[in-house]
Design a protein around this ligand. Structure first.
Ligand code: NAD
Length: 348
């Protein structure tokens, strides 16, 4: 297994080093890492945040382990050269259309949730968000003057049936591998795009008779996620609704330093990264929590490398480390980034 290791900026190198440490112990000599430059770090050396060499490395690797990008020194660069553009470029080049964001509340961290403990307890869900279509990419879009001379902005919400089919299948497969419950979220009472979405999801459901499918309107889903998040197992939804709901679900389970993600294409190749950014305020100080990146490594084993048992070993080791009291500063503790990695190693 050849993994492209893109540490990136800020805390990226510190957190990815811990994930690599864990993956090497769990998988052994079957896994090799090839480092590539990305983000501000790449711009400083090559003049571009996503150099061709890095893109080629990603194309020939089995999966990508990604730290974070974003560097205050690059804030004034033109848009195309900003570090954050590197992720968009990678998504596009590799057609990473499915974004998986688990939101699991570890029992030891229930107090970290902004929700009341009795409500937050038991939250363990995955949001499958379509990543390359919807109103963010639909055309026509723009700003213009209307016939009365007033400025107006407009965007186009659009999905074709193939785009819905492929993300629906990822939703059903994800649900099948968990408890078999899938909730499709749309706004089909108002939007044509959502009506097509619901029709196509229902058609694909015939391929998955073992998965129990339900539907929910997005406004109700937002309410249900804070009223009773434990009712959800796997959610599948479009780009716009998924963007908002996945941040909402993340907040329900506490620290940003704990949440992994995966972005997959139709061959199962994936980019695995923590949901947080490069945290320039704590970069280089050994304060970053590496657990989101370590858990992203577990997702890589599960979804691309098909090593479910190894994925579960890592997830259990993280839970054990937390249960034994291992805490970085964001969780109210004193451990450094590498000490937290070592706590997971000890649990392994
Ligand atoms: P951020 O996620 O980097 O940081 C937000 C806050 O959370 C900060 O106080 C930070 O110290 C803290 N934090 C983040 N990760 C942490 C961790 N692992 N352990 C402990 N604390 C952690 O968001 P921001 O400050 O808005 O953005 C910083 C830079 O990151 C920007 O340039 C932004 O564009 C970029 N960014 C990149 C990604 C990505 O690479 N996928 C995602 C979001 C933001």
């Amino acid at each position: 297994m050849r993994i492209a290791l893109l540490a990136g900026d800020g805390i990226g190198p510190e957190i990815t080093a811990e994930a690599v440490k864990i993956l090497k112990v769990v998988v052994g000599s079957d896994i090799e890492f090839d480092e590539g430059l990305i983000g501000g770090a790449a711009w400083k050396v090559t003049g571009h945040p996503l150099p061709e060499e890095t893109l080629n490395l990603c194309r020939k690797s089995d999966a990508i382990l990604f730290g974070a990008v974003g560097d205050p020194e690059c804030d004034n660069l033109e848009r195309a050269l900003r570090p954050e553009q590197a992720i968009l470029g990678l998504r596009k080049a590799l057609d990473l259309f499915a974004n998986l964001r688990p939101a699991k509340l570890f029992p030891e961290l229930e107090a970290e949730s902004p929700l009341r403990t009795d409500i937050a307890s038991g939250t363990d869900l995955v949001i499958v968000r379509e990543l390359t279509g919807d109103v963010y990419f639909g055309t026509p879009r723009g700003q213009r003057k209307d016939d009365q001379g007033r400025r107006e902005g407009f965007d186009t919400m659009r999905y074709n049936e193939d785009e819905v089919k492929r993300i629906a299948r990822i939703g059903f497969e994800t649900a099948r591998a968990r408890s078999g419950h899938l909730c499709s979220i749309d706004k089909s009472n108002v939007l044509e795009t959502s009506q097509l979405w619901r029709t196509v999801v229902l058609e694909i459901a015939a391929e998955y008779p073992d998965v129990d499918l339900s539907h929910m309107y997005v406004d109700n889903a937002a309410m249900q996620l804070v009223r009773a998040p434990d009712q959800f197992d796997v959610i599948v939804t479009g780009n716009l609704f998924g963007d908002i709901l996945s941040d909402l679900a993340s907040a329900c389970v506490g620290s940003i330093g704990l949440l992994p993600s995966a972005s997959l294409n139709s061959e199962g190749k994936g980019l695995y990264e923590p949901i947080h950014g490069s945290a320039p305020d704590i970069a280089g100080q050994g304060k970053a929590n590496p657990l989101a990146t370590i858990l992203s490594g577990a997702m890589m084993l599960r979804y691309t490398l098909k090593r479910e048992e190894d994925a579960v070993r890592i997830e259990k080791a993280v839970a054990t480390a937390l249960a034994k009291g291992a805490r970085t500063q964001d969780l109210g503790g004193k451990l450094s980034t590498s000490e937290m990695g070592n706590a997971v190693l000890a649990a392994l």
